[in-house]
Design a protein around this ligand. Structure first.
Ligand code: NAD
Length: 294
């Protein structure tokens, strides 16, 4: 059993913390929002009075926060009271520069730190089947791994500081671009009189195949578990896809990488969000491409 402090008990953090409780750990949590604190308490998390209070006795601190600025602010808040030498795991999706900054801040004060963003969405968080993409030294990864296994099914050590965030934004840049390309093909097929199931049967076993078709087909029918069969409820919200694509573009410009497809995907998801669909699943971008009412 490990004493864990969990900061950020929202849509992802709440169920992740509950899985740590289920695995037998002592988990104290805090969130600024009363509704998140309440939901996590129902999952067995002991709610503390503040971030600083819950970290004082923790061997491991997990953060699951909206963006880089929140992670830096929380580190500023807790590094003075957290137990010296403890391990901090940040599972938020944040920008590469702040991920590196977080590592440096923690290391300078004598803490171990791992960036460990996830994929798998809220369903994966509840089911404990997330993929963790980890960046940090071998000792931090080895210490974190058993806990991450309580919340996920694939744990990948991607490299040093920031490598987890780098892997996450590269993966999601591919995902955003392939989803748009997949939607364009299904809409073109419709206009050419092709049944979606026929196109699925070909693409899912041919060279146009990708996860966007086989696991997450954006037209209703071929993949029963896909959000397209559930009114395009997320799943993975278009607003979060836009966030990750923007992170990819910030990172690309900071290192001078050419990401023309990623840049275009960012603009198309920005249009989808401006259309009022940020809360819909990202595969709902097919409606924008079709040019018809949602
Ligand atoms: P969320 O907004 O539901 O949860 C974030 C929580 O952090 C909120 O409850 C908020 O009150 C809390 N918070 C903010 N500042 C705080 C502070 N200073 N102290 C304590 N709590 C604070 O977001 P989420 O959907 O749980 O996502 C969390 C992270 O995971 C994000 O970085 C997101 O990009 C990433 N992510 C989300 C999904 C998804 O499907 N939701 C999938 C993969 C990755």
């Amino acid at each position: 059993m490990t004493n864990i402090a969990f900061i950020g008990l929202g849509n992802m953090g709440g169920p992740m913390a509950a899985n740590l409780v289920k695995a037998g750990h002592s988990v104290r949590g805090f969130d600024l929002e009363a509704v998140s604190r309440g939901a996590a308490a129902e999952g067995g998390v002991t709610i503390g009075a503040s971030n600083t209070e819950i970290v004082a006795d923790a061997d491991v601190v997990v953060t699951m926060l909206p963006a880089g600025r929140h992670v830096i602010a929380v580190l500023d808040e807790i590094l003075g009271t957290a137990r010296q030498g403890s391990l901090i795991i940040d599972s938020s999706t944040i920008d590469f520069d702040n991920a590196r900054r977080a590592h440096a801040m923690a290391k300078q004060r004598g803490f171990h730190f791992l960036d460990a963003p996830v994929s798998g969405g809220t369903g994966g968080a509840r089911a404990g089947t997330l993929t963790f993409m980890c960046g940090g030294d071998d000792a931090a990864f080895a210490a974190a791994r058993p806990l991450l296994e309580n919340m996920g099914k694939r744990i990948v050590h991607c490299g040093g500081a920031g490598a987890g965030q780098a892997a996450k934004i590269c993966n999601n840049m591919i995902l955003g671009a392939t989803m748009i390309a997949t939607c364009e093909a299904f809409v073109l097929g419709e206009k050419l009189g092709l049944a979606p199931q026929a196109l699925f049967d070909v693409v899912s076993t041919s060279s146009g195949q990708s996860w966007s078709t086989t696991a997450y087909c954006p037209v209703p029918g071929p993949v029963p578990a896909a959000p397209s069969n559930n009114g395009y409820k997320p799943g993975f919200a278009s607003a979060l896809m836009l966030k990750d694509l923007r992170l990819s573009q910030e990172a690309a410009s900071s290192v001078g990488a050419t990401t023309a497809m990623g840049a275009l995907a960012t603009q198309i998801y920005a249009m989808h969000n401006a259309w009022g669909e940020g809360g819909a699943d990202f595969s709902g971008i097919i409606h924008l491409i079709r040019g018809k009412e949602k």
